[in-house]
Design a protein around this ligand. Structure first.
Ligand code: SF4
Ligand code: SF4
Length: 241
């Protein structure tokens, strides 16, 4: 019902499915019936997505947002005709930009996987309501988007610090943490959506979850080495011996 519901992931999925262009229609700005003004959210998302498209070599003109009321049928027809012509002139997605189809698919898949991370990092800007189009032109910059992807944060559980309290695994929204009693917990980097919840949730006294910016993540500790030997138990065992 609201253009604010059009998620960045929906747009990327449309392109991943081979759409040559994506159009989003929203109510006129400042004429929203609700206090939420979701059309501003849609506008911010589109501006971000267009910069991401540039980042991966796609022509941002393939994504358009326009605002109009449901009574403006003629305007809608004109905008759609013009957008259709633009997309036709641009040609097939990726081919026209000289990007190999497989490479494009993997780039889009990579970005789609990062959507929750992107939304967390750009949370404030995505929720902004600016006054002028000049301000909107500067909302997201090329450098900022390049940095966003070169400084992607990964989360890693330090096997030397994890005390298997299981809090992180219970809070992880995508079950990306391998968890078992008395076992060092391990993050599956393929499943992790980089939300940072485990980092926040790990008790300060353990501080086992670390943030890694831009660099490689150490390989997971082998399963046979994950058992945590508590200091008291270890001492008890030594005393018996
Ligand atoms: S950052 Fe932590 S909580 Fe968030 S998805 Fe990754 S492993 Fe799960
Ligand atoms: S919250 Fe911290 S100490 Fe507890 S299991 Fe997770 S990483 Fe280990």
């Amino acid at each position: 019902m609201c253009s604010g519901r059009v998620d960045l992931e929906f747009v990327l999925r449309a392109f991943s499915n081979g759409m040559d262009g994506v159009f989003i229609g929203g109510c006129r700005l400042n004429e929203c019936n609700y206090t939420t003004h979701g059309n501003y959210d849609a506008l911010n998302m589109v501006l971000l997505c267009r910069k991401i498209m540039e980042h991966i070599g796609l022509n941002p003109e393939r994504l358009r947002i326009a605002f109009m009321s449901s009574a403006e049928g003629i305007l809608f027809a004109e905008v759609m005709r013009e957008f259709g012509n633009t997309v036709n002139k641009l040609g097939p997605l990726g081919k026209a930009e000289g990007i190999d189809q497989n490479e494009l698919k993997s780039k889009l898949a990579e970005i789609t996987k990062l959507v929750p991370y992107i939304k967390v990092v750009k949370n404030e800007k995505l929720a902004s309501r600016l006054e002028s189009s000049a301000e909107y032109d500067k909302l997201f910059t090329k450098d900022e988007i390049d940095r966003l992807f070169s400084e992607v944060i990964s989360y890693y559980i330090d096997p030397g610090k994890c005390q298997a309290c299981m809090i992180c695994a219970k809070r992880c929204p995508v079950e990306a943490i391998t968890s078992a009693k008395n076992q060092v917990h391990v993050i599956d980097q393929e499943k992790c959506i980089k939300c940072g919840t485990c980092f926040e949730a790990c008790p300060t006294k353990f501080g086992a979850v670390t943030k890694i910016t831009g660099g490689p993540v150490p390989p997971p500790i082998p399963e046979e080495k994950r058992t945590i030997v508590r200091k008291g138990k270890e001492k008890g065992r030594q005393d018996k011996e």
